[in-house]
Design a protein around this ligand. Structure first.
Ligand code: MRU
Length: 370
């Protein structure tokens, strides 16, 4: 995949110093591409919490590097306890994306029997790179499976552009490369299939406007930015052929937590018979949860994100207030779309129906862990 910017990955180890992790600090996009150094686990925790890196898969990969950085600073004594504490801080940074917990538990389980800091460092170094490479591979596979959906729609439309609507950013900026929801789109374009993307602005943090629009533009993908409340109307006009979104946590039964507003898109899609697909790497599936509404922890963020808007003005970022000072605001970061509204779940192993048996058929090894 090629990008117009020099960077086509979201996170990596610094070439000249493998004890430093580098990220694209996404708070500055689309106006500036800022590369930030992270030197210890606390800086990774802050990067996740303040959304310098965001998107479920990328949060997971960042946590892998966070555990590696933690291993570089172990003091004498109980290494295992220190690693567990680092893992807890990382897990607490953002609660909804299950990828974070999956990675921390995986690393902790691998180092649990190691007492020597050198061994822990070697193990976490290798695991962080493995987790990163797996993410690239998984997103690529999601694209290969999802491509067929776009291909079929393109045939039905006799080669006319397929209009895909997406919410938030489930692109390469939310992962390492490819993205989850965007991967089928990038694969379709590589096959010469015409695609146009409706990009939901995604209030309050506007990941659609800041991130998805930027990354699609960087890769030359035809797209149009819309306000969040437009998607239903576009569907009633027959202007949306397919909805593709990502997920932060999907239960084994197919309930989908994703960026706030996804549920309303799914309702509109159902009412207009528009297929609604969720691109979900297995790292975003919670194999132990069966009831998305009762069990998925939904992050609440600062009310200022709703009451203020930040933008780029005269070469600098400025914040402006858009609500009365005294008005309280409520800011849930995610919602849950019930399985009944989900047409299918695109995983790295194929497309499943949004139900337990169908997901377990693709991932039979998970039966034992439920
Ligand atoms: O709050 P964010 O920006 O981390 O939310 C991101 C999303 O909701 C994405 O859709 C989700 O993480 C899937 S990313 C492949």
């Amino acid at each position: 995949m090629t990008t117009r910017t020099k960077t086509n990955r979201t996170i990596w180890l610094k070439e000249s110093d493998k004890k430093v992790v580098q990220i694209i600090d996404q708070r500055f996009l689309p106006h500036q591409v800022v590369i930030k150094d992270l030197k210890n686990v606390d800086e990774v925790v802050v990067a996740i919490r303040d959304m310098q890196v965001r998107g479920a898969p990328l949060i997971g990969v960042a946590a892998g590097f966070g555990m590696y950085l933690a291993s570089l600073h172990l003091s004498c004594g109980n290494c295992s306890l220190q690693m567990q504490e680092a893992g807890k801080h990382l897990k607490d940074a953002r609660p909804t994306a299950v990828n974070l917990a999956h990675v921390v538990d995986r690393v902790l389980s691998a180092v649990s029997k190691l007492n020597n800091p050198d061994d822990i460092q070697k193990t976490t170094f290798q695991m962080a790179q493995d987790i990163l490479n797996e993410d690239v591979q998984i997103c690529k596979q999601i694209g290969e499976h999802g491509l067929h959906l776009i291909e079929d729609l393109s045939k039905k439309k006799n080669g006319e552009a397929v209009n895909v609507l997406t919410h938030c950013n489930a692109g390469w900026l939310a992962c390492v490369e490819w993205g989850t929801a965007t991967s089928p789109i990038y694969h379709a374009l590589e096959q010469g299939i015409k695609v146009h993307v409706w990009v939901d602005e995604t209030r309050p943090r506007r990941q659609g406007a800041h991130l998805t629009a930027w990354e699609l533009g960087e890769r030359g993908v035809p797209h149009t930015l819309i306000s969040d409340n437009s998607s239903g109307y576009l569907m009633t006009r027959g202007l949306v052929d397919l909805v593709l979104v990502g997920t932060d946590r999907t239960t084994v039964t197919g309930d989908v937590a994703n960026k706030i507003g996804t549920y309303m898109v799914a309702l509109a899609a159902k009412d207009n018979q528009v297929p609604f697909y969720v691109s979900a790497p297995s790292s975003s599936i919670d194999w132990n949860m069966t009831d998305g509404f009762r069990e998925i922890p939904i992050e609440k963020r600062s009310e200022n994100e709703v009451k203020e808007i930040q933008g780029w003005c005269d070469g600098t970022f400025k914040k402006v207030k858009v609500a009365p000072e005294r008005t309280p605001a409520l800011n849930y970061a995610f919602d849950v779309t019930p399985r009944a509204l989900v047409t299918g779940i695109i995983t790295e192993r194929g497309i499943a129906e949004a139900r337990k048996e169908s997901l377990l058929k693709l991932f039979p090894e998970k039966r034992g862990s439920i």
